[in-house]
Design a protein around this ligand. Sequence first.
Ligand code: SF4
Ligand code: SF4
Length: 257
Amino acid sequence: MFRHLQSELESRLTALHSQYQCEQCTPETLSGLEQWLQPLHSGCGYTNWQRAALNLVENEIAADIVNRLNAIEAYKNTFNCHMCGMCCRMASADAPYDELQTRAKAGDEFARQFTSIFLPYASREAAIKVAPDVVKAVLTEAGEKENDGERVYFYHCPYLGEDNRCSVYGTDKRPSICQSYPETPLSFVYEKCAWKPWKDETHQDTLAIHAMLALCNQYADTLRASLLAPEPAEIAEPDSSVCSTGPASFVGQEPLF
Ligand code: SF4
Ligand code: SF4
C-alpha cells in the first residue's frame, strides 16, 4: 500500500515536471525527483515546477489523504458496539497513574481525560485476574517481554455498571475519548470488540497513509527550503551541480515501515 501511494505521488510530480522546461538544465543535470527538489540556479525554468509541486503536495495530495482517512472513519461508523464493557474494564496506557496525572497537569488533553475516569489496577496480577487474555494481547501488541520491566499499565473505570452500561453516559463526566474509542485503527482493540474487523481491515492502510503523510511533509519541507534558498550568483557550466546541491533526498530510501 505504501509503495503504491509513494509511486502514485512520484508519478504525479513527474507528470507535472514535464510541463516546465529550462534552457540551461538538461536531463543530465536534473536527472530525477531527488534533484528536482533541490535549490535551483538563478532563473531556472523549473522554479515554477517547484512552486506547483509544493502546491500539489500541500493542497491536492493533502486533501486526498484527508479523504482517505475520512473514508476509514465513515467505515467505522457502520459498526455497532456490543456493549461488552471490556474497553471500560481493561484500559491500558504507557505510563503509571502518577505520570499520567503529571502529563495531564502539563496540558496533555488525552492524559487529562484518561485520568478523569480511569483508576489503576492495584497490580499487574490484579488486572490479569480480570481479563487474562486481554492483558496478554495488549502486552504482545506493545512488545513487552519478560524481564523488560513494566511498559504497559492497566486501568479500569469505576463508572462501569454491573450491567456493562456506562453510569455517566450522556453527562459531562463521560469524556470524548470514550465516544471516539477506538480512535484509529492503530488503537488496541480487544479480540471480541465490535471494531476488531474494522481495525483488521484498515490497519495497514492507515499505517500507509500516515507514512505517506510523513513523506509529503518531507517533500514540502524540502521544496520550501529550496524555494527560500539564496540564489547562486552565477553558474559556471550549464551541466554543473548547481541543480543538484543540498542534502540527499529521501527519495529512493526505504519506506518508513
Ligand atoms: S466513562 Fe463510561 S464509557 Fe467511559 S470508560 Fe467509563 S464506563 Fe466506559
Ligand atoms: S470493547 Fe468494543 S464492543 Fe466492547 S464495549 Fe468496548 S467498544 Fe463496545
